[in-house]
Design a protein around this ligand. Sequence first.
Ligand SMILES: Cc1cc2nc3c(=O)[nH]c(=O)nc-3n(C[C@H](O)[C@H](O)[C@H](O)COP(=O)(O)O)c2cc1C
Length: 361
Amino acid sequence: MAILKTDLCDLLNIEYPILQAGMGGVAFGPLAAAVSKAGGLGTIAAISPTPERLEEEIKYVRSVTDKPVCVDIGFPPRAPQKPEPVKHEDLPDPIKELQAEVEALGIEVKPVDDQAMGIDDAKRKMEICERYGVEVIACALGTPEWAVQHAHSWGAKTISMVGRASHAKRAIANGTDIVVVQGTEGGGHTGDIGLVTLLSEVLEFATVPVVAAGGLVTGAQIAGVLTQGAQGAWIGTRFINTEESSVGPNYKQSIVEADHDTTIRSLLFDGLYVRQLQNRFTEVWQGREDQLLGYPKQRVAIGPVRFAAAEADLENQQALPAGQGSGLIRDVLPAGQVLERLVRETAEALDASSGRIKYSQ
Ligand SMILES: Cc1cc2nc3c(=O)[nH]c(=O)nc-3n(C[C@H](O)[C@H](O)[C@H](O)COP(=O)(O)O)c2cc1C
């Protein structure tokens, strides 16, 4: 296999500077273990699962590999201490309609006690990570100083997810070790600034390694961001379409079939901006955006139908967070093979560029 290294590899004790993104509902123990085992950094997405489930996933990774693993936890600044459920009669019409459609398919929409996004929940998850000596904590939606200090107390490194230069400044001031700049191209929660611009902005002042994210699906793109100054790539959507990811075949097929313009960025997933594929889950809101409840109520209100549709892997009513790079993905492969291909393609692209571009100083 090709050699591809940056200083980030030494900092995180990994072989290749390719990090698999935390992805809710997608990235559990099997995916994280496969990526870490293959020499990248695997990440367990820990916003949605209960603390007990997180512990099981960490144990699974530890049973498969002794390589470092990352756990991604949400620290939104406006997080409620304990999110309150929304009564059925108070649900917006689009959610009631989605629920009726899901139920008509014989699928039960059960109440969900969704404590994800709550501060108490994040603290419990940090304690579990400490107990298992998790090597890297990714801070999603905010990087509070207490979380960085807690991670450092047991020797873990922190990664901060940011979508704006100002967020990166704050995360660095709060002591983070690594910043992931996620361009608007990315799947899941995402800002409105393109990766090429955001990366340059943050590189101007960053005193810690900067990793690029958003729309990265090919080695040529990774070569591009490394040349620009990134120390690594944080990759989400490409890893959805792997054998080890936890979503069903309909989700993966939707990505295979996606065109280059099938994603939208909207507030309907949870009241924060999320990029996802367009389908019935998004279209049901058309012309009725005034009924959106805002964060965190929207997440709580839509939770029962969203989780039921995801569990049943419904083609239409399921939320399908995915990045703009979806149109470049045409297969489902073992995660180790995806990593290997990305490393090889990146090396090839770096080689090809030095032959293709003539320059002198
Ligand atoms: C299905 C999905 C779920 C995601 N969930 C999370 C999450 O729980 N925590 C997080 O930090 N980022 C989450 N993200 C964003 C990723 O960490 C990453 O920044 C993004 O996927 C990069 O863009 P790409 O998908 O184009 O590669 C999610 C992305 C996707 C596609």
